[in-house]
Ligand binder design. Structure first.
Ligand SMILES: [Zn+2]
Length: 311
């Protein structure tokens, strides 16, 4: 039974009384048994949370009653349980960080909002360049077919990558996309500030695109990485192409895990068999790490560890 809802949302707006806002927000969430992560900053709110349907609906109504959040859009998924373990409301300097000397205010400058059905059509234009605004561990789980994945670890490194690769973007119609849309608001605004004039952003992000009745998630390969215990959600309603590759043997794979070395935690894809063979380590060093979580949770003896790694 899907008695729960999972929410994803953001809204750029001015929040001045940050500490007080955080405290009352946390109390409201605790009172309604909601679990998740909410970031608040002077520039707005960005959250993802789960709870029983009536509690989540109470939360949405609570937010919508506040005039600062007029026009907020909630992406809503049904689920059979909570998708988080704790509830955190945190104050941040910025909702998303591009490490710019002059930060972009998306309420003043941002790319054109492109509806899913139009985004699908525009992707078919050979003069369009589709840019993934997410990180590499998200891209490896799924992405738009033939989209460009800048070779960066963090969102804040994107501007430098784009400056160094400007010849790729020159003269192109640029489309950007991310999970729920928040990162594109700033990235597309920054691209416009850099002088690119034909810049569109996927309105509502990938999760909205997957539910659109016309676009039906088409041209999306793999699944969409999400920042909760579900790990990924399906997007393409028409066909399912597996793009993920097993970290150890390169075979098609969609099973996500973190490297078992608690000091590494790198996100990789691997089958149960290969995880067992390598004790969940992303490298020989991580496999043999003294605090390897796989070894601890499976209570393997030193002999068993050696036998597996030497097999
Ligand atoms: Zn590792």
């Amino acid at each position: 039974m899907n008695d729960y809802l999972v929410l994803l949302y953001y809204h750029y707006t001015l929040i001045e009384d940050l500490e007080a806002f955080r405290d009352t927000h946390q109390a409201f969430c605790d009172n309604h048994h909601l679990l998740g992560r909410i970031y608040v900053a002077r520039e707005g709110i960005n959250g993802t949370l789960s709870g029983l349907k009536e509690d989540v609906k109470a939360y949405m109504e609570h937010i919508e009653r506040d005039p600062r959040f007029k026009g907020i859009v909630f992406k809503v998924d049904e689920h059979h349980q909570h998708a988080f373990k704790k509830m955190h409301v945190r104050v941040k300097k910025e909702l998303v960080n591009l490490s710019l000397e002059e930060d972009i205010n998306p309420k003043k400058l941002t790319g054109e909002y492109v509806e899913p059905k139009d985004f699908y059509q525009r992707m078919l234009d050979p003069n369009t360049l589709v840019l993934d605004a997410r990180n590499d561990y998200e891209h490896q789980v799924g992405h738009f077919r033939d989209s460009i994945k800048p070779n960066v670890r963090n969102f804040r490194d994107l501007p430098n990558w784009i400056k160094e690769n400007s010849e790729l973007l020159k003269g192109k119609k640029i489309l950007t996309y991310c999970t729920g849309g928040i990162r594109c608001e700033k990235l597309s605004g920054w691209l416009k500030a850099e002088g690119y004039d034909d810049v569109g952003q996927l309105k509502g992000g990938i999760v909205t695109y997957g539910k659109d009745e016309v676009a039906k998630g088409q041209l999306w390969d793999g699944q969409c990485y999400v920042f909760d215990e579900r790990l990924k959600v399906p997007i393409n309603q028409v066909e399912h192409v597996i793009v993920g590759r097993d970290h150890y043997d390169g075979t098609p794979c969609e099973r996500q895990l973190n490297c078992s070395n608690p000091e590494c935690n790198k996100q990789i894809l691997a089958s149960i068999e290969n995880e067992a063979k390598h004790l969940g380590g992303c490298s020989p060093e991580c496999s043999r790490h003294p605090r390897n979580r796989y070894v601890a949770s499976h209570q393997l003896t030193p002999e068993e560890v050696e036998t597996r790694l030497n097999y």
